[in-house]
Design a binder for this molecule. Structure first.
Ligand SMILES: Cc1cc2nc3c(=O)[nH]c(=O)nc-3n(C[C@H](O)[C@H](O)[C@H](O)COP(=O)(O)OP(=O)(O)OC[C@H]3O[C@@H](n4cnc5c(N)ncnc54)[C@H](O)[C@@H]3O)c2cc1C
Length: 515
């Protein structure tokens, strides 16, 4: 008789563990209600969650809506704020005026016409971002992406969230246990029982004894307790491509409680890395991600202090070592990893939580019915997830490889072709003659970063694609119309949208409408 997959056991109660639990439990509610399927999450009361990771991707809106989380509760209980994109300062030349946006709205009419060649031919003094979308200007004006009359999860402009990472996991835990029937076990996994085939049979905890399962999900963070330590899947380091290996994080209070709040993640280039700056309603989260091969900790601390201002010199700074890379495979036997247990890359584009979302969604959709088919699903999962990690590495490296900065060894080393993955080198060659557009997503997978993201970074950093005049002739009139529409929409949104902080205050007071 086939060994059915009925009991899913998740190890780890960080963002990865609880998001995965929510996505699986929401997808399999009917089976859970009849007792034919269970989701148990084991979380150590002694090992704290990583507690950083405040930038997300717009996919989180659909994910949270699907699992039944009210958006108003997210704003109120996780100190969430709107995120409309990233602003990259000092990445291209390091000059005073050097900045570009990677907004979350795709270019206007993107699925109809590629506006990039039209911008390349006649930018008329406008940045690529401003040519194709209102969002850079909304961010410059400090505006929110929606109004109080928009229903939950809806908006005029695409958006994601900045969240308090320390509050997000407990918030999801409450939802999973009270609404979705997830069993929560507070206990330390101290050993793992395996069968002769290597499958995990059960885990042992001093507090709750032995806990058995059919499928184990490793969300134990950097330690990768099951996939790495128990099943011996090796870590593939990519520090030769992405050099940053340490983060210094600090929480900075606002000068006044009503100080204006940016709705973009600010990423400011520094001598040996970059500083993130994220606004929550209550405080800013700031951190220097740097390469310890290119600067000392002392110099990095000075850089961070210079950025936040000497009046904040007594704020506690947390040092977090980071190792760029990922496991060689992500699913072995009856164990699949999510989150930091899969791997980690510097948080330049908030790629970690979105990867948890789409990995968990894939797992929930493809949940193997029995052990017999598990290896087939595992192979698919490994192929897709390996592809995704590779694409994210390429995309992050793109931000470095286009720099014209030569002021420090960090920036000079970053453009060394030896450090650029082959696929990215090929794409950069291709993009000299054709701009990235929908056909770059050959596999029709749910891409973490769509072609639009590549356009924003490439053209934001001054990359030039050769455009043959005749190629834009066919679409010239549609393109002109789209550009004019974009200007009209921009002007309209700039008069209609409230300031970011103002809307957040109203959401806390009145809540958003549910549909
Ligand atoms: C500096 C930094 C900045 C980041 N910024 C971003 C960002 O802006 N956007 C983004 O998307 N991501 C970001 N990330 C990544 C993000 O923080 C993580 O992907 C996310 O928090 C998920 O973490 P996790 O749940 O995998 O691991 P953790 O939060 O480390 O959770 C691990 C869990 O496993 C449990 N555990 C461990 N061992 C045992 C055991 N033996 N028994 C029982 N339980 C155990 C722990 O108790 C804990 O509950 C950032 C990460 C870092 C380091």
């Amino acid at each position: 008789m086939a060994q059915l997959v009925k009991a899913v056991v998740i190890i780890g109660g960080g963002t990865a563990g609880w998001l995965t639990a929510a996505i699986i439990a929401a997808r399999h509610q009917a089976r859970m209600r009849t007792g034919g399927f269970s989701v148990t999450l084991i979380e150590s009361p002694n090992i704290r969650i990583v507690g950083v990771g405040e930038g997300t991707w717009p996919t989180l809106r659909a994910t949270l809506e699907r699992v039944g989380v009210p958006e108003t509760a997210l704003f109120r209980e996780c100190d969430a704020a709107f995120k409309q994109g990233g602003k990259f300062v000092g990445w291209t030349t390091g000059a005073e005026s050097d900045a570009y946006y990677h907004p979350l709205m795709i270019p206007h009419g993107f699925n109809q016409v590629n506006l990039a060649p039209h911008w390349l031919r006649r930018a008329q003094g406008r940045s690529f971002c401003d040519f194709v979308t209102p969002q850079g200007r909304l961010c410059d004006d400090g505006l929110a992406p929606k109004t109080i009359t928009h229903a939950e999860y809806k908006g005029s402009a695409n958006y994601a969230y900045h969240v308090d990472a320390g509050k997000f996991a407990p918030f999801l835990a409450k939802h999973c246990t009270t609404m979705l029937g997830v069993r929560h076990v507070l206990a330390d996994v101290v050993s793992v029982n395996q069968s002769d085939s290597g499958d995990i049979r059960s885990v042992l905890t001093p507090q709750q004894g032995e806990i058995s399962g059919d499928l184990f999900i490793d969300c134990s963070g950097f330690s990768a307790l099951l996939l790495g330590e128990t099943l011996g899947v090796r870590f593939k380091d990519c520090g030769d491509v992405l050099f940053c290996d340490t983060a210094l994080a600090v929480q900075v209070p606002f000068e006044t409680p009503d100080a204006p709040m940016a709705s973009q993640t600010l990423a400011t280039a520094q001598a040996a890395g970059w500083i993130w700056d994220i606004c929550l309603p209550t405080r800013r989260g700031v951190g220097y991600v740097y390469s310890s091969r290119h600067t000392s900790e002392e110099a990095a601390r000075e850089t961070l202090l210079r950025y936040i201002g000497s009046r904040h010199k007594d704020l506690p700074v947390r040092k977090i070592p980071i190792r760029s890379g990922h496991r060689e495979i992500f699913w072995k036997n009856n164990c699949v990893a999510m989150g930091l247990a899969q791997g980690f890359l510097e948080p330049l584009e908030s790629s970690a939580i979105v990867l948890v979302e789409i990995s968990a969604k894939l797992l929930a959709e493809q949940m193997p019915a029995c052990r017999e088919v598990m290896d087939i699903v595992a192979k698919r999962f490994n192929d897709v997830t390996t592809y995704r990690w590779g694409r994210i590495i390429d995309f992050l490296k793109l931000h470095y490889v286009l720099t014209r900065r030569t002021d420090t060894a960090f920036w000079r080393d970053n453009v060394d072709p030896e450090t650029v993955p082959e696929r990215l080198q090929d794409l950069l060659t291709l993009w000299k003659y054709q701009s990235p557009w929908s056909f770059d997503e050959l596999d029709r997978l749910e891409e973490v970063f769509p072609a639009a993201s590549y356009q924003y970074v490439l053209y934001g950093m001054g990359f030039r694609t050769e455009v043959i005049d005749e190629e834009t002739m066919d679409t010239a009139s549609v393109a002109r119309r789209l550009v004019m529409e974009n200007e009209r929409i921009t002007a309209e949104l700039r008069t209609r949208l409230p300031k970011n902080r103002e809307l957040l205050t109203r959401i806390h007071e009145y809540g958003l409408q549910t549909v």
